[in-house]
Design a protein around this ligand. Structure first.
Ligand code: SAH
Ligand code: SF4
Length: 363
């Protein structure tokens, strides 16, 4: 079998790996050693895992691929804080991963956030989104999702200065290409792999899943054991505006999403983030802010205003004054709100933009 046709070892959960090792007739501690080599020691080949006997390394290499992602393009923003990687998967599909560095400020800890993809492309066609405009290609496996974080960890480790501790990813946001809830099972498997105590050890509280608002999956997440953060891409205060930019709104209109969010909050007691991409002339007027304030009043939530990253679709960000006014109206309605100023616009860090550039050859 060609190496590319082998299953990826990163698709196995911890207990599946233990089972596979038992089937090979190996003692259980070998499974632990392999897990540690993959998720703590950043192994890039079976050969490197010298804690294992050579015969076992060979047997593993005959059965599994170790790295499902190949970096084909790497960009760093001018301020050095954002790095974006375009990966080719074993079958040639392309996905993007972004590393965002936030230095410590006002007592907050420095963060190294990986923004990862869950699908190659996306079927949902939001008009302002570069990924949505490229259509759906395929689901990512759990290993392809989790391995993006491992790549970022390796990059951070490679950048450590001699004598300094290696930096690691501290937070993960499922906000890259694709709709995580349209690939629910693999996304949750990846959460489990990343959360494992003997591996990457990312606390669920440090992970955020962003969804376009798929109601059945919002309800399903409320019953998961993980204390993961939920972000809802709302982007409009009413159905008329929302349906104009987000076709999925016809299937799950705002009232249904709100009902699911209320159930989610009452079950989990966790705060929801609503994302609101500001599109000049579409959803950024003071009356839209008033309407949004009414919609969210009294809810355990937070609003993230995101001036749109310009794409080929012709949307532009509102002037700063209008963004500030929108924020102030929400504040006056008693809603917790922040403005997320773009990071990495100089490297096409917005969702799906680098892939679009690579495919069209524009640059
Ligand atoms: N499919 C999921 C997660 C991936 S998109 C979702 O839609 O939530 C992650 C976030 O980026 C979403 O809030 C999405 O609306 C936003 N986004 C998409 N295109 C954008 C653009 N051009 N500028 C700013 N944000 C954008
Ligand atoms: Fe898909 Fe999210 Fe882009 Fe909409 S914004 S097209 S759901 S990736």
């Amino acid at each position: 079998m060609s190496p590319d046709a082998l299953p990826s070892i990163f698709d196995l959960t911890r207990s599946e790996l233990s089972d596979a090792i038992a089937e090979l007739g190996e003692p259980a501690y070998r499974g632990k050693q392999i897990w540690k080599a993959l998720y703590v020691e950043d192994a890039t080949s079976f050969d490197e895992i010298t804690t294992l006997p050579r015969l076992l390394r060979d047997r593993l290499a005959q059965r599994y691929r170790l790295d499902p992602l190949t970096a084909v393009l790497q960009r760093k923003s001018n301020d050095g804080l954002v790095e974006k990687t375009l990966f080719r998967l074993a079958d040639g599909e392309l996905i993007e991963t972004v590393l965002m560095r936030y230095e410590s400020r006002d007592g907050s800890r420095a963060r190294r956030t990986a923004c990862i993809s869950t699908q190659a492309g996306c079927a949902l066609g939001c008009t302002f989104c570069a990924t949505g405009q490229q259509g759906f290609r395929r689901q990512l496996t759990a290993g392809e999702i989790a391995a993006q974080v491992l790549h970022v960890n390796r990059r951070l480790a490679a950048q450590a200065k001699p004598g300094e501790d290696k930096e690691r990813v501290t937070n993960v946001v499922f906000m890259g290409m694709g709709e995580p809830f349209a690939n629910y099972d693999n996304t949750m498997r990846a959460v489990g792999i990343l959360n494992d105590d003997d591996g990457v050890r990312l606390g669920a509280r440090h992970m955020t899943i962003s969804t376009v608002g798929l109601v059945p999956q919002i309800l399903k997440l409320a019953d998961e054991p993980y204390q993961i953060n939920l972000a809802i891409s709302l982007h409009a205060p009413n159905d008329k505006i929302r349906s104009a930019t987000m076709p999925i709104n016809r299937r799950y209109p705002i009232a249904r999403i709100m009902r699911a969010c209320r159930t989610y909050i009452s079950k989990t007691n966790r705060r929801i983030s609503f994302e609101y991409v500001l599109l000049s002339g579409e959803n950024d007027r003071p009356e839209h802010a008033e309407e949004l304030g009414e919609l969210l009043k009294g809810m355990l939530c937070h609003v993230n205003l995101i001036p749109v990253n310009a794409t080929d679709a012709g949307y532009t960000r509102p002037p700063d004054g209008r963004i500030g006014k929108f924020r102030d109206i929400l504040k006056r309605s008693g809603i917790a709100v922040t403005v997320r100023f773009e990071k990495g616009t100089d490297i096409d860090a917005g969702c799906g933009q680098l892939r679009a550039r690579a495919l069209t050859g524009a640059d």
